[in-house]
Design a binder for this molecule. Sequence first.
Ligand code: PGA
Length: 250
Amino acid sequence: MRLDRPVVFGNWKMNGLRAEGLALAGTLAERAVRLTGTLGIFPPFTLIHAVAQRVKETAILVGGQDCHERASGAYTGCVSAPMLADSGAKAVILGHSERRHGLGESDALVRAKLRAARAAGLLVVLCIGETEAEYLAGARSARLAAQIDGSLPEGIGPEGLVVAYEPVWAIGTGRTPTAEEIRATHREIRAMLAKRIVGGDSVPLLYGGSVKPENAAEIMALGDVDGVLVGGASLDARSFWSIYQAGGGA
Ligand code: PGA
């Protein structure tokens, strides 16, 4: 799957009943018949099939927000990677901080999920990011290196992988690192991936955490930032589309 810049992904989180989710997808679909960049939306599981149907004439990518590490079995309440693909998903977000920190997911579990998602042919958006305490303690690089090391299966290639850097303290808070911090951290992540994966420097890198139409252009103009992962602002079609345009997308 080729991912043209800017790569702009919207994580709807646990938002959207059928009517509003389909309306949002429909508005985006009208604007996105042809795309110069890559636009993706990640609705809740319940809407994946309907949303994928709604945008099927467009290049909009639809994905899930998580998957189980097994393909099937006695795992009440869980959804597997082949199920996501069967619903029309082409991608999945893994290791989001709301799952790592909110639900206690470890690097080892994220790694198992990543293996399952790639086996099902899904593009993986692997999220990494330091907490505020780690940031203040100057432990950001160590944390990111540990997450990259622990979340990526041995022998994985760069294909089908995107990494999103999302500082936990910037998610949903309205606070972001400075442009210089984002630039430096992305450069560092690029180097870590190059060390860990053969061809790893070609993995698209996204920034996530309080991205809005007002700060999107500055963030996406930074070297080594290939796009953004947007939460709150992706629930409004106009904001999400202006973020995409701010990154040069049309
Ligand atoms: P936010 O969320 O844009 O609402 O800060 C980002 C994310 O969680 O991916």
